[in-house]
Design a protein around this ligand. Structure first.
Ligand SMILES: C[S@@+](CC[C@H](N)C(=O)[O-])C[C@H]1O[C@@H](n2cnc3c(N)ncnc32)[C@H](O)[C@@H]1O
Length: 286
């Protein structure tokens, strides 16, 4: 590449990086306006005026902003646009469907949490983490993640819903790929959030008694599920006994209740399981 082209290209790359936050912010706006759900409910390609009508009947709605959001998200392949009879018709792509709120499988709650000011604030401390060590969340909020959630019901809900939506996707992959539940009669999900993962396992394997173990403030908002008992507690103190443990963690090894847990390699290496880098099925050693 000629030198002047290298300079132009590198500058373009840098502009893209500088404005990368815009991707998340536009996505967040689209999610808050419910655009994906509007398109989905319509059932066929839809014009921008039809989307606008569904968003609000307010005369102050600015369709130019909406147009720019749509154009951007078409370029990001969340929506497609088709020009017909002098108008533009928008549809959802497979990627756009993850933005649906009104869907069994969705990543909208994760987007909502990750783009919330509480979570974004932590990124502003990344340089300090390098200089001083420590955790960005604690620097931003002067308290740990779990304590913050326990004192802030809105954040607690935001966080738990974000976890539950990813747990639903993960457990679906687990249930289609893992055959080891037949010999298990009681299963505990340690740090199981509001119980999405264990609920789905027990629904598919009703011979299992499910225990959902998490902190008190999380379980206070957890729905009741048939076959699942919610048990509050601190995993670093004690967890209830069960045949097996399931846990979505980043660590590869763990010691709980004075026992070692190990990961089940066959589970981790199932071909279609997309979250193997941070999901481990752990079982009590003898
Ligand atoms: C990353 S979230 C995962 C939630 C759930 N397993 C999932 O995959 O959706 C970690 C969970 O661990 C819980 N947790 C954190 N510290 C804990 C502790 N000391 N004892 C029990 N649960 C804890 C949190 O409240 C949170 O629900």
């Amino acid at each position: 590449m000629a030198e002047e082209n290298v300079v132009v290209q590198s500058q373009a790359d840098m502009w893209e990086l500088i404005f990368a936050f815009g991707d998340s912010m536009v996505l967040k706006s689209a999610m808050k306006l419910g655009i994906a759900d509007i398109i989905n409910k319509h059932g066929s390609p839809i014009t921008i005026s039809q989307i606008a009508e569904e968003i609000s009947s307010s005369p102050s709605l600015d369709i130019n902003y909406l147009f720019r959001i749509m154009r951007f998200l078409v370029s990001k392949r969340l929506f497609t646009s088709e020009h017909k009879d002098g108008d533009t018709f928008y549809s959802l792509t497979h990627c756009g469907k993850w933005l649906l709120r009104d869907a069994e499988f969705t990543l909208a709650p994760l987007l909502e949490m990750q783009t919330h000011e509480w979570w974004l604030d932590t990124w502003h401390h990344l340089d300090k983490c390098v200089l001083e060590g420590g955790v960005g969340f604690e620097k931003a909020h002067a308290t740990g993640l779990w304590d913050f959630a326990s004192g802030n019901p809105e954040y607690n809900k935001l966080f738990n819903q974000a976890m539950a939506c990813t747990a639903k996707i993960v457990v679906n992959a687990v249930l289609s790929n893992y055959n080891g539940f037949s010999g298990v009669t009681s299963l505990i999900d340690v740090g199981g959030g509001t119980g999405m993962m264990i609920r789905e396992i027990v629904k598919t394997h009703p011979h299992i008694t499910g225990i959902n173990f998490d902190l008190q403030h999380v379980l206070a908002t957890a729905p009741d599920y048939p076959g699942v008992v919610h048990v509050p507690g601190d995993m670093f103190v004690q967890i209830p006994q069960a045949d097996a443990v399931i846990m979505k963690v980043a660590k590869k090894e763990l010691r709980l209740n004075g026992r070692n847990y190990y990961k089940m390699e066959d589970f981790l290496h199932t071909k279609s399981f997309q979250f193997q880098h941070y999901n481990l099925l752990l079982k009590l050693t003898q």
